[in-house]
Design a protein around this ligand. Structure first.
Ligand code: 5IU
Length: 262
């Protein structure tokens, strides 16, 4: 049901402040594009964020690949998020017991909870992982996604694993606001999860290392997902990142408009 509602209508269904603000932002900016900035130099990451900033709703980071990480990088990224009106998603894929992920999320060098609006986790350890992250994230008004499926060939996250992941998300809706998923699952009464999908590309279908790229229309219109996550399709192979981001923004948004108008 919620696949046919606008992002703005759906923002009213959420109690989590980040989910609400994120859906409003998508509508305001007419963007369901997230750029996956897998770059290992601070200056390159900042440059990319500034270039694609006008076209994205969400910047997805892997902060632990940045060789010259420092607090100034975080300060610059959060300033760019303000300047261009986007949110930040550290794709940390937590995977340990509740007590350990609490430490990994809130402390260490990266202090992810202090700057990342959204993060994510595997369900392998059981629901204690959500309890741990929620304890740190909820007081800061953060939100998280569960990895219900992955985009890569041979992923073990499928079938019953995915079904159980959705059940846990329903139990902790105040903090788990959506999924990394390849399709939208059956909505139950009261569900409104945000579906984010990596493995999106318009020019190639595979990277030779298991990644499988789908067209934005297939992801948003056919499969009912909400956010397209695009990395190398935008910045890889010497591409003009701003130009490509604009192209993906339009493709993603058109597919969404087509979906809610059908
Ligand atoms: N990513 C995936 N697949 C997944 C999950 C995360 O590709 O199932 I969970 C990440 C990895 C990379 C980005 O940061 O999304 C995709 O980048 P490319 O568009 O360059 O493949």
């Amino acid at each position: 049901m919620s696949a046919s509602l606008s992002y703005l209508e759906r923002s009213k269904l959420h109690s989590n402040p980040t989910a609400k603000a994120f859906l409003e932002l998508m509508e305001r900016k007419k963007s369901n594009l997230s750029v996956a900035a897998d770059l290992n130099k601070k200056a390159a990451l900042i440059e990319l964020a500034d270039k694609v900033g006008p076209y994205i709703c969400l910047l997805k980071t892997h902060i632990d690949v940045v060789e010259d990480f420092d607090q100034d990088l975080v300060d610059q990224l959060t300033a760019l998020a303000k300047k261009h009106d986007f949110m930040i998603f550290e794709d940390r894929k937590f995977a340990d017991i509740g007590n350990t992920v609490k430490l990994q999320y809130g402390s260490g060098i990266y202090k992810i909870a202090s700057w990342s609006d959204i993060t994510n986790a595997h369900m392998v350890p059981g629901e204690g992982i959500v309890q741990g992250l929620r304890e740190v994230g909820l007081p800061l008004n953060r939100a998280m996604l569960l990895l219900a499926e992955m985009s890569s060939a041979g992923t073990l996250a499928k079938g019953d694993y995915t079904v159980k992941t959705v059940e846990v998300a329903r139990k902790y809706k105040d903090f788990v606001v959506g999924f990394i998923a390849m399709e939208r699952y059956a909505d139950k009464e009261g569900d409104d999860f945000i579906y984010m999908t990596p493995g999106v590309g318009m020019d190639q279908t595979s990277d030779g290392m298991g990644q499988q790229w789908k067209h934005p229309r297939e992801v948003v219109f056919d499969r009912g997902c909400d956010v397209i996550i695009v990395g190398r399709g935008i910045y890889g192979g010497g591409r003009d990142a701003a130009k490509e981001a604009k192209r993906y923004q339009e493709a993603g948004w058109n597919a969404y408009v087509e979906r809610i108008s059908k």
